[in-house]
Design a protein around this ligand. Structure first.
Ligand SMILES: *Cc1c(COP(=O)(O)O)cnc(C)c1O
Length: 397
């Protein structure tokens, strides 16, 4: 217990599951088998509240790709969240919740509730989306031509390219119009008879360098001013994207610090009637999920104990590959720790979770867990080698 307390203090705000939750996780593993991916809906609600309390002028559009679980979407929908989707199936998952609303509210609500924030949309998707008169992003002229032909009733948001310096996942090489071309792309859209409603950017995922946001806001303010002057139309939506960092370790500065910075810049750079929205993904779900797996094999190789567990990088630990994020493996058991390797269950050496876990000696059937594993993890699980994704278990729903 003393050790646990010391560790928590030293970690300075890094979220950990407490003793009671550890017991709960072991009981859930007994009840459901392993591997299980436990989603704590109370933590999701807390994250949403924390976001809105620190950024009261910003509506949160949860980026569904971080974790597409439909129960997470329902929990956030019930809290009043909106959603960022990037494909037609994601759009439909969210829309299912909107369909339950009274007739009158549905269409009025669509922009308030969903932004389709993938700048590249297949033609058949545009055709299907048009009947919803959606809000969609774009960042190039070819996309504008497609929208004009196949989804002319959409409202548009231009995504610009901004510095992603130091972010864990870089996005600026794939998306965003060059700031120098941005005003032209807005004027061109109006000339084509389309409506540009807003400007958006993404500073890169897990953005711990807050200057990225400050620079992006300054660029946006300049572009909006120029586009408004040249087109004679007002740009009313500012979409500051995602990137809000999770405290995976104590080096990450707090969300409060970032929020203060953002609120100051909003006041300084934008008129008070600007509708500011954001697309937090990771921030809403990362600390809400815990994976529990089981030791299914044990060996001694290269001078250290090696544990083979029944989840790996083709499954819940997929974030280690796609998200560049490392998830420490912990034991429920206590005891003297030694450097150990932990491997996933498939017949691929690539399926290595870590070569340097600090673990007490474990036996076959002992349970291990990884916390803060809710974002970009279960969502990109595969069925490789016949091993299915971890079973999802919901708590505090
Ligand atoms: C992935 C993504 C997000 C979410 O980013 P986080 O870093 O998880 O907050 C938001 N907007 C767009 C367009 C994205 O592609």
């Amino acid at each position: 217990m003393e050790d646990a307390k010391k560790e928590t203090k030293k970690d300075n705000g890094v979220p950990h599951i407490d003793q009671a939750q550890k017991e709960l996780m072991q009981n859930l593993a007994k009840e459901h088998g392993t591997p299980i991916f436990v989603i704590d809906h109370e933590k999701i609600r807390q994250n949403y509240k924390e976001f809105r309390e620190n950024l009261p002028s910003v509506q949160a559009y949860y980026a569904v790709k971080a974790n597409t679980d439909s129960q997470i979407i329902k929990t956030l929908f019930d809290m009043g969240a909106s959603f960022d989707v990037a494909s037609l199936p994601e759009f439909m998952i969210v829309h299912k919740n909107i369909e339950k609303l009274p007739d009158k509210e549905r269409q009025d609500w669509i922009w308030d509730k969903i932004i389709y924030a993938n700048t590249i949309k297949p033609i058949d998707t545009l055709q299907e989306l048009n009947k919803y008169k959606p809000l969609v992003t774009y960042d190039n002229i070819e996309e504008l031509k497609k929208i004009k032909e196949y989804a002319p009733d959409a409202g548009l948001v231009l995504r610009i390219r901004v510095p992603n310096t130091g972010s864990m996942v870089e996005l600026s090489s794939k998306f965003g119009a060059d700031p120098g071309e941005a005003a032209d792309l807005i004027v061109e859209a109006f000339n084509m008879g389309l409506n540009v409603e807003g400007l958006s950017f993404h500073v890169g995922s897990q953005c711990t360098n807050f200057e990225n946001y400050v620079q992006a806001l300054q660029l946006s303010a300049n572009i909006i001013r120029e586009a408004e002057t040249r087109s004679g139309h007002r740009i009313l939506i500012l979409d500051i994207g995602g990137g809000f960092p999770v405290k995976y370790n104590k080096q990450v500065k707090s969300f409060k610090t970032l929020s203060k910075r953002l609120n100051t810049e909003f006041k300084r750079l934008f008129p008070s009637d600007m509708q500011i929205i954001a697309e937090p993904g990771r921030f809403m779900v990362a600390n809400a999920c815990t994976l529990v797996a089981k030791v299914v094999g044990k060996a001694f190789r290269d001078g250290k104990p090696c544990y083979y567990i029944n989840d790996g990088v083709y499954h819940t630990y997929s974030g280690q590959v796609f998200d560049h994020c490392n998830y420490p493996v912990h034991a429920f058991k206590t005891g003297e720790k030694q450097v150990s390797a932990v491997f996933g269950p498939t017949c691929d050496a690539f399926d290595t979770i870590t070569l340097s876990a600090e673990l007490p000696e474990l036996e076959i059937n002992d349970l291990v867990y990884s916390e803060n594993i809710g974002a970009y993890s279960h969502a990109s699980s595969t069925y490789f080698n016949g091993f299915p994704p971890a079973k999802v278990v919901h708590i505090n729903k």
